[in-house]
Design a protein around this ligand. Structure first.
Ligand code: 13P
Length: 343
């Protein structure tokens, strides 16, 4: 794979007004989400759920790529087409989550290290043959009075870089996702400090391991107060802190930054993204979204596992993706949420 091919894919994923749908929940996680709507989780209902998103009419105006997980990329649609082909036919790039999950970190078991490097080269080869063009690996960093430990930050940064360079070797664009969690009572200032330290360690590791920055995307958390923090700041302050932190720590060679939603509700995730894009001053990367829950939640509730609600689910997804696309252009406003704007 030539470096120009990696750059082309990375740039296509963050083309103006486009972002990524993260539909890569593991089987236990998607089972929990379906269960909350009293939907039985079987290989078939999981496929139908994912297919609802993938086949939404004209969704490629807003969605450039979809991250699948192992089960989905091996499944066939109701019409018997491989899921990666379903996406490609829509003009959407197929992606794949390749980490094996966050496991207790030996030596500091309240923290996590993401596993999955053993055999990764062979798995990447297989996923590429199944149609994947990009990949994702998520590291999770918990915040507390004495957390994160330097060990946790460094081992996760090292693994992210090992993963990223292997992806590029195999012609897949790596999405590098170091997620500083919203769980806890920490302030936004503490989130900014930890996010900065983590990004610094991650880009050091990427540099040490010769990752080609023009052929990757960063998927960070926004800088935000902990969920249980008594001081919840306004949208503007989240935007300013997030952009300040990214300017300090993310090289301009990286073509795009696609935020995770991380437990924010869908409206907050849209408003924050728009506010970030509306800020003055240099923004040398595309700033877009790679949301999971914030893109899926309304559609899941509208669908509730019933064939007769499939269109309603797709309409809800279309609407949210359109709002997030507008936010990525700095053009979202509350008027977009009115009933008349939804039609
Ligand atoms: P959320 O947007 O629900 O945080 O999911 C994004 C993701 O891919 C987490 O790894």
């Amino acid at each position: 794979m030539r470096s120009t091919d990696l750059t082309d894919i990375a740039q296509a994923l963050v083309a103006d007004g486009k972002g990524i749908l993260a539909a890569d929940e593991t089987v236990p996680t998607v089972t929990k989400r379906l269960g909350a709507q009293r939907i039985e989780s079987t290989a078939d209902t999981r496929r139908t759920y994912r297919e609802m998103f993938f086949t939404t009419s004209e969704i490629a105006q807003f969605i450039s790529g979809v991250i699948m997980q192992d089960e989905t990329i091996r499944q066939k649609s109701a019409q018997g087409m491989a899921m990666a082909d379903v996406l490609s036919r829509q003009g959407i790039l197929p992606g794949i989550k390749v980490d094996n999950g966050a496991k207790p970190l030996a030596g500091s078991p309240v923290e996590k290290v993401t596993e999955g490097l053993d055999g990764l080269r062979e798995r990447l080869e297989e996923y590429r043959d199944l149609g994947a063009r990009f990949a994702k690996w998520r590291a999770v960093i918990a915040v507390g009075d004495t957390l994160p430990s330097a060990t946790c930050v460094n081992v996760n940064a090292h693994a992210l870089a090992r993963y990223a360079v292997l992806c590029q070797e195999q012609g897949l664009v790596p999405i590098v996702e170091p997620e500083v969690l919203m769980d806890g009572s920490h302030t936004i200032e503490r989130c900014e400090e930890v996010t900065g330290e983590v990004l610094h360690a991650v880009f050091n590791a990427l540099y040490d391991q010769k990752v080609f920055l023009e052929g990757m995307l960063l998927k960070p958390n926004m800088v935000i107060s902990g969920k249980e923090c008594t001081i919840q700041v306004d949208t503007e302050e989240v935007a300013r802190a997030t952009l300040r932190c990214l300017r300090r720590h993310v090289p301009t060679a990286v073509p795009g930054i696609v935020f995770l939603s991380g437990g924010q509700d869908h409206l907050a995730a849209t408003k924050h993204l728009c506010a970030i894009n509306q800020l003055d001053g240099p923004k040398p990367w595309q700033l877009s979204f790679s949301y999971g829950r914030a893109l899926q939640d309304e559609a899941l509730i509208a669908w509730r596992g019933k064939a007769e609600n499939l269109k309603a689910g797709q309409q809800a997804f279309y609407h949210r993706a359109k709002c997030d696309s507008a936010a990525a252009l700095g053009r979202y406003g509350p008027a977009m949420e009115t009933d008349s704007a939804r039609i």
